[in-house]
Design a protein. Structure first.
Length: 246
């Protein structure tokens, strides 16, 4: 079996440009020359190309493929195990992103909320959702010796619980926006009503609120709790929660 680069490209379903690039980086370099002094592809080159395709399918970069095929640092079983772990990690990351999008879609379906209103604070909600997993892990670690608080925090992993808290959090942000805009008693009463409902759903809010004044905690985890909030709304939320619990 001897083929020119064009013939080999057709056989393997790739392009001449790709094969020339593989040759340039010494990933797949034909060793045999025809009578005209041009490189030709042989059966062994075809076998190497199949190995490249398989390793690409499992997510290895061209540099990683070259390294693996040259040095054989890992046997096939070890290589598959490493790739499995990488794929599982990537799959978990994609599932987290999908959950964030799903939760946001659910808010858009709540009756009585216009899309324009939600768009105004969409990035706030998205930021809250994307940070939640790491924040829960931090809270669980911080309160690991307090079984009651830990029990409440673990509730936030449940989808039905998340849905309720998402809805109330959105209502709270909307109510605070109105309170800032109108500064009337009705708006402030609405905030207290929502905070009361959230407290009934999740009494541990008070304990989490106290962490705002914990310098040691903030020094260690501030980067995980710097939420995408307009400053006026963030200050108002803290003030209202603090007033409620005091």
């Amino acid at each position: 079996m001897e083929m020119t680069i064009g013939q080999f490209a057709k056989l393997t379903g790739t392009t001449v440009r790709t094969l020339r690039y593989y040759d340039k980086i010494e990933l797949l370099t034909p060793k045999k020359l025809n009578k005209n002094g041009r490189k030709v592809y042989t059966r062994s080159d075809w076998e190497l190309f199949q190995q490249i395709l398989i390793l690409k399918h499992f997510g290895l970069s061209l540099n990683e493929i070259k390294e693996q095929m040259t040095d054989q640092k890992l046997n096939n079983r070890e290589l598959l195990l490493v790739q499995k772990q990488l794929i599982e990690k990537k799959q978990a990351e994609l599932n987290d992103k999908l959950e964030v999008i799903t939760r946001m879609e659910r808010l858009y379906k709540i009756e009585g909320i216009s899309e324009e209103e939600l768009n105004e604070f969409a990035f706030i909600m998205l930021d809250l959702f994307r940070r939640e997993k790491s924040q829960l892990q931090i809270w669980e670690k911080h309160f690991r010796n307090d079984k009651e608080i830990l029990k409440e925090i673990k509730l936030l992993h449940k989808p039905e619980y998340k849905e309720k808290m998402d809805r109330e959090t959105w209502y709270l942000i909307q109510a605070i926006r109105n309170a800032i805009q109108y500064n009337d008693a009705a708006s402030r009463e609405k905030i207290q009503e929502i905070v009361n409902k959230m407290n009934n759903l999740f009494p541990a809010i008070r304990n989490l609120l106290n962490l705002v004044g914990n310098d040691h905690f903030l020094a260690k985890y501030k980067h995980e709790f710097t939420i995408y909030f307009p400053e006026n709304i963030a200050s108002y939320i803290y003030k209202e929660l603090k007033t409620y619990y005091d």
